[in-house]
Design a protein around this ligand. Structure first.
Ligand code: CP
Ligand code: NVA
Length: 314
C-alpha cells in the first residue's frame, strides 16, 4: 500500500480503517516524534493548507494538540466553536460542510452526536476527521496504542484492562484498535454499561483476524490480575450530565486506586485519556504514582495527529 492511498480519506471510526493503514499512521508518528526530538519542530508537509477545527464540546488536549500539529506541519488551523457559528442559529450541518469545503482542506470535528460527523462527511468535499463523538474517539486510540508500544515494546498479547464505564467512547476506539493488534482486552464494568453492539461486532471481527481476545468481568480486582495496562476514563462523559448520579453510584466499585494497581502485573502502567476526575474514577496516588504514563500519553496526541493530518489532508 502506498501512503498516497490515504490522502483524502475520512477518519470517522477505526472500524473503517484496516490494520495496515493504522500501522502506517503509527510508523509516521514515530518518525515525526523522533525528528521532533532531534529539533525538527516544523516539517512543512502541509504548507499552505487550512484545517477547520469545529468543536461542539469542550476540549483542552484535542484542540491544542491539533492547532500545534497543524502549525508544525505548515498548515493554518481555524478553531471554530459551534456556538459562535451560524450553526447555532439554525444553518444546517450539510450546508456548513458545503461552505467549509470551499475554504479549507480538511474538517476536524468534535460533536455531540456521531450522526453529525456522518452528515458532515456526506456533504463535505474534503476529508472529515473525528475529534470525539458520543460513539468514539479514534484520535485518542492512536495516541494510546503508540504509548503502549513505547512502554511494552509491542502490542500482541499485551493485557489491557479497561476499568469503569463499559460504554465509554474512548473504550470503543480502544477496543477496535487493541483488537486490530492482537491485544488481550478485559472490560471491567457493571453489566448495565457495555460497549455499543456495532463497536463490539467490529472489534470481534478484528479479533478474529489478529487473535486478540475481548472479555468482560464484573469484578475489577479479578479483572486486573496480570494486567500490563490498566486504563480508565471519567464516569460521566460530556453530554451525560443528566445520568451523573446513577453512573456515579453504579461505578463506585470501579475506582482505580493503589489496591487495584497492586493486583496488576509488576510492570503495569496506568493510562487515562484525560481529563481525569481525581478522587472519582482514579486516585491522586495512581495519577501521580509510578504506574502513571498519562503525560506521555497526552503528548503522543500531538505526534499521532501530526502523522494522521500529514497522511490524509490532500
Ligand atoms: N483526551 C481528550 O480528548 O482531551 P480533551 O477533551 O481535553 O480534548
Ligand atoms: N469519555 C470522555 C472523554 C473525554 C476526552 C467524554 O466524552 O467526555
Amino acid at each position: 500500500m502506498s501512503i498516497r492511498d490515504l490522502r483524502g480519506r475520512d477518519f470517522l471510526c477505526l472500524a473503517d480503517w484496516d490494520r495496515r493503514e493504522v500501522e502506517v499512521i503509527l510508523d509516521v508518528a514515530r518518525e515525526l516524534k523522533a525528528r521532533y526530538y532531534q529539533g525538527e519542530r516544523v516539517i512543512p508537509l502541509l504548507k499552505g493548507r487550512s484545517i477547520a477545527l469545529l468543536f461542539e464540546k469542550h476540549s483542552t488536549r484535542t484542540r491544542v494538540s491539533l492547532e500545534v500539529a497543524a502549525n508544525q506541519l505548515g498548515a493554518y488551523p481555524l478553531y471554530l466553536f459551534w456556538e459562535q457559528l451560524q450553526l447555532a442559529r439554525g444553518e444546517t450541518v450539510a450546508d456548513t460542510a458545503r461552505v467549509l469545503s470551499r475554504y479549507v482542506d480538511a474538517i476536524v470535528a468534535r460533536v455531540r452526536n456521531h450522526e453529525t460527523l456522518l452528515e458532515l462527511a456526506r456533504s463535505s468535499k474534503v476529508p472529515v476527521l473525528n475529534a470525539l463523538s458520543d460513539l468514539s474517539h479514534p484520535m485518542q486510540a492512536l495516541a494510546d496504542i503508540l504509548t503502549i508500544m513505547e512502554y511494552k515494546g509491542g502490542l500482541r498479547g499485551v493485557k489491557l484492562v479497561f476499568v469503569g464505564d463499559g460504554s465509554d467512547n474512548v473504550l470503543h476506539s480502544l477496543l477496535i484498535a487493541g483488537s486490530m493488534f492482537g491485544m488481550h482486552i478485559v472490560v471491567a464494568s457493571p453489566p448495565q454499561l457495555r460497549p455499543a453492539k456495532q463497536i463490539l461486532d467490529a472489534a470481534l471481527r478484528e479479533a478474529e483476524l489478529s487473535g486478540a481476545t475481548i472479555e468482560f468481568e464484573e469484578d475489577p480486582l479479578k479483572a486486573v490480575e496480570g494486567a500490563d495496562v490498566v486504563y480508565t476514563d471519567v464516569w460521566v462523559s460530556m453530554g451525560q450530565e443528566s445520568e451523573a448520579e446513577w453512573r456515579r453510584s453504579i461505578l463506585k466499585p470501579y475506582q482505580v486506586n493503589r489496591k487495584l494497581m497492586e493486583r496488576a502485573s509488576n510492570n503495569a502502567i496506568f493510562m487515562h485519556c484525560l481529563p481525569a476526575h481525581r478522587g472519582e474514577e482514579v486516585t491522586d496516588e495512581v495519577m501521580d504514582g509510578p504506574w502513571s504514563v498519562v503525560w506521555d500519553q497526552a503528548e503522543n496526541r500531538l505526534h499521532t495527529e501530526k502523522a494522521l493530518l500529514s497522511l490524509v489532508v490532500p
